[in-house]
Design a protein around this ligand. Sequence first.
Ligand code: HOZ
Length: 427
Amino acid sequence: MSITNSIKLFTEAQTLFPGGVNSPVRAFRAVGGQPLFIERGEGAYLFDVDGNRYIDYVLSWGPLVTGHAHPKVVAAIQQAATRGTSYGAPSPLELELAKSVMSFMPNIEMIRFVNSGTEATMSALRLARAYTKRDKIIKFDGCYHGHADLLLVQAGSGVATLGLPDSPGVPANTVKDTLVADFNNLDSVEALFKQYPDQIAAIIVEPVAGNMGVVPPLPGFLEGLRAITSRAGSVLIFDEVMTGFRVHFGGAQALYNIQPDLTTLGKVIGGGLPVGAYGGKREIMQMVAPSGPMYQAGTLAGNPLAMSAGIAALNLLREENCWEKLDQAAGRLEAGIASAASRAGIPIQQTRVGTMFTTFFSETKPVDWNTVKVADKILFGKFFQKMLENGVYLAPSQFESGFISTMHTNAIIDKTIAAAAEAFRTW
Ligand code: HOZ
C-alpha cells in the first residue's frame, strides 16, 4: 500500500499547522506512522489521496451515522446552499431541527443551537451555574467534554491520548471549582457533595464514556447521579455529544431511562456539518439570553446548512427505522473481534453500547479511568496498523470510540472481522 501523496502532504502540513493537523488525535502520535490525507468518503468507505480504500469506523468521530455523503444529506446541503449559506437571523430550519431532536429526546423542552460540542458543554455549565447560583461543578476522570478551560481537568480523548498532564494555559483559578470524581463510583461523588455542601452547581457526565474508549455505566451509576443531584439541588447534565443517536436514537437517557436536567448534543444532529446544542428543562433554559440573563451567542448558530444536514440525517434515521439493524451490525462486529482475539489467545476487552465500541488490549475490565489506563497502548498501536494495512480505518487512539453507520452492511462487517482475524493471526 503506497501512501506517497499522504507523506508529501503531511510534510508540508507540518510547516502550516501545529503537528501537521487541526485536531491533535488525528496526528496518529499514539499509534505510530503518519496520518492519511483523505480525498473523499462514500458510504462506509474513506479514500485517501493515494487511492487506497478503507472501511471507516471513525466516521468523522461519530457524526456520520448514515455514512459518508449520503445522497439525501448531500441534496439537503446543496439545496440549502442555493438559498444562502448563513443569515445571522432566525430561519424555519431551526424550528424543524429542534422539533426533530425533541421527538427523539423528549426531556429536551427547549434548545439552543451552537456550533460545536465544546460550545454546548461550556454553555450548559454556565447555565447550570447561573441557575443554581453556585460555582462548583463535578466532572469524571477520563471523561472529555471539549476543550473549554474549565473542563480540561483529568480529561480523556486527545489529552489522555497524548498523555498530557492537562493543559498549560489554563489558569489555576479557572479550574479551582472543577471537582473530579471517578466514573462508575458513586462514593467518590457523595464524598464531594459532603465536602462542598450547597456549593455544587452541576454534575456533567458522558453517560456512556466514549472519550476514554467506550466504558458503559455500571447498573445504578446514572440512577445514583440523578438521585444525588436531585437531593442536592444541583443540575444533572448528560453530555450526549457522542452518545446522542449513537447508544440509542434517544441517547443514553432513553437507553437507561434517566431524565437529566440538561443535555448537550453535537455530532449526529449536524449530519456531518459543524453543530452543537444544549437543551433541557424549560425552567432552566429560560435563563438563557434574551429570555433570561445568562449570556451566550453565536454568529453562525443555527446555520442553515448545518440545520438542513441535521434534519436530513435525522429524517433518514426515523424513516428507515434502522436502529435494530445498526445495533445488530455493531453486535456482529463486537462478537467477531472478540472471538478472533480469543482464538488467537490475545486478551482483549471488547466494549460496546449501541453503535459505539472499543477494543481494549487489557486483561482488566474497563470501568473507569484507572482500569482503562492500564490497557496496552503499544499493542493497540500494533492492532491499529495491522487493521489499516488490511483496509480498516480505526480511531488512532486506545482512548476513543469506534462508530458504525447504516452503510456498514454485514458483508462489510465480516470483511472487518476477517481483517481482525488476520491481524491476530500474524501477531
Ligand atoms: N476529540 C475528538 C474525538 N473525541 C477528536 C476530534 C478530531 O480529532 O477530529
